[in-house]
Design a protein around this ligand. Sequence first.
Ligand SMILES: NC(=O)c1ccc[n+]([C@@H]2O[C@H](COP(=O)([O-])OP(=O)(O)OC[C@H]3O[C@@H](n4cnc5c(N)ncnc54)[C@H](O)[C@@H]3O)[C@@H](O)[C@H]2O)c1
Length: 356
Amino acid sequence: MLCSNINLENKTVLVTGAAGFIGSNLVKALFNSFNQVTVIGLDNMNDYYDVKLKEFRLNEIESLSECKCGASWQFIKGNIADKQLVDSLFEKHKFDVVVNLAAQAGVRYSIDHPDTYIESNIIGFYNILEACRHFPVEHLVYASSSSVYGTNKKIPYSTEDKVDNPVSLYAATKKSNELLAHAYSKLYNIPSTGLRFFTVYGPAGRPDMAYFSFTNKLIKGETIKIFNFGNCKRDFTFVDDIVEGIRRVMLCAPEKKIGEDGLPLPPYRVYNIGNSSPENLLDFVKILSEELLLAGVLPQDFDFDAHKELVPMQPGDVPVTYADTSDLERDFGFKPSVSLREGLRKFASWYKEFYM
Ligand SMILES: NC(=O)c1ccc[n+]([C@@H]2O[C@H](COP(=O)([O-])OP(=O)(O)OC[C@H]3O[C@@H](n4cnc5c(N)ncnc54)[C@H](O)[C@@H]3O)[C@@H](O)[C@H]2O)c1
């Protein structure tokens, strides 16, 4: 196990993408774990999906932060691609730890909307790196993605594997983030850790993801499309497991060391965070449907088979994702553990309360 070398008590943390699915859950976890922490949340509140969900998440953070007397929360609506804004925030708040989760997510959307990926994921991330260079931080943690593995055949996916063949622009931007972070770690001795998340799901999640969009379609009586005729496997990871992984990683920055040439060895690491238990899409749909019935989101006599269509693979999609999390276990003594049924049960009961 690695020892934690950062104590977040009385520290200031920047979380970008704080109104997002993972970001908002991370901010809540920080307030629940540390008494005297200041969290600055930055998010441009874009309308890639329903902004009401982002507002709901921010309200939850607001209520929680009010109950925590030593914690301090400030939300800033702004774009990480705005260099002046990013620099001014770093200069003003002198962040100790930065977690960059702001990005344009989604594989399929990147096929028709490339500009927003370049703006948020490349220019935005570059601005964060530059700000970390000029206003040094103890640790930069940033979101990468399982999509960097493309259509690699070897499973489970290990961070030792070659990831030079992205099959979507989204994946290419995430791999680029890792490359840029490596160069900045080496050149400017910035401790950075990249986290490759695997298909994250849970309450108040992202409506563009299958579990959420299938639910929206089924309650309207529409048919859901199951790609690659159901022959896909996904390593579904419950959001609480992802957040616990980020929280542990944040406290442990890669050490700064000098190499034989007298120059810094890059204080740089990358980990997978995934459930390490891929589920077949047809089994996933079966569990989702059972949990939607149980929660009363769908009527007991709902005919699933009549609302299912098996269709070919989509461009940008990959047949399997499967995380090798042995490095995460070795270094942080942690492995995601929430089962798909348990996680989908929490999603279904949240959905019922939020929408019905
Ligand atoms: N959810 C997953 O399954 C998954 C898997 C792999 C990687 N990731 C990565 O994890 C991170 C968080 O994902 P999420 O699922 O919470 O997505 P999300 O879309 O819910 O959250 C991202 C947030 O960032 C904000 N944002 C986007 N561009 C911005 C910009 N230029 N400036 C400021 N804010 C901006 C959005 O408004 C959004 O609230 C992303 O980097 C994503 O690529 C997510």
